[in-house]
Design a protein around this ligand. Sequence first.
Ligand code: BV8
Ligand code: ZN
Length: 241
Amino acid sequence: MTAGSDLGILKEKLAGTRSLTVLTGAGISADSGVPTFRGADGLWRNFRAEDLATPEAFARDPHVVWEWYNWRRELLAAKRPNPAHDALVELERRVPSFWLITQNVDGLHRAAGSRRLSEIHGNIWMVRCTVCGTVEENRDVPIAIPPACGRCGGLLRPHIVWFGESLFADDMARCAAALRDCEVLLVIGTSGVVYPAAGFASVAKEAGAFVADINLEPTPQSSLVDLSLQGRAKDILPLLL
Ligand code: BV8
Ligand code: ZN
């Protein structure tokens, strides 16, 4: 676990700040038992992302892509938010201007009670029609393959941003403002290799924010942050309140 003095510094920063932006990745859900993407047991170790999380893969074989998402939905259905998710709900309550940016598609921040958030890579419990564009919640486990749109009968896809796809424009505008205007940016449990999120720490830093990260290990962004806390998100975040 990390040095006590650094914890104290960040705790003080958070207590005094009027605007806080938080960026999370798979590491915050690891403490709920959700596999990360690039760790030892990461999802991308056993499956090739380019085979499954791309529009080309879905066009080639929607059945295989949906089977992979069904497997993940089944795995996620039993998972619950952990003390790290809960701590962010409390920070949202305390800090006047708060925005949470998550790369996670698992929906655990929402389940914990976070409301001021952008799920920039989408949400695994939402589906989108490939024909009419309707977006709706679908919590079926498993989902019937191939899933059909209730409105037009078109093929449904996960409402998730795949590699090579643009992020949702509304989210990007909201996140750009949150990164530009925050006094403190907290980066939690992300390997910092997937863009555009991988660039968010430097955007906030250049705009004058104090940037801190919480991770089990250093990341490509660690050298630019003001303070790094090493350890599990679920152990560290509750100590910052
Ligand atoms: C875009 C959704 C414009 C699927 C995901 C070259 C070729 C092609 C494309 C590119 C290229 N170079 C750059 C790109 C762009 C590409 C990209 O960045 N690629 C990278 C990989 C090189 N990005 C895009 O394509 C994005 N779109 O840029 O649009 C555009 C348009 C057209 C053409 C070009 C550009 C879209 C990105 C969409 C990403 N979607 N998946 C699904 O989930 O089903 S990415 C996937 O990675 C997940 O969503 C995940 O959220 C995301 C990030 O991963 P992390 O969350 O960081 O997880 P990871 O496992 O890596 O790390 C976990 C961390 O936690 C570790 O550091 C670990 O130490 C730590 N940790 C573990 N346990 C704990 C912990 N920390 C604290 N406590 C613990 N207990
Ligand atoms: Zn439709």
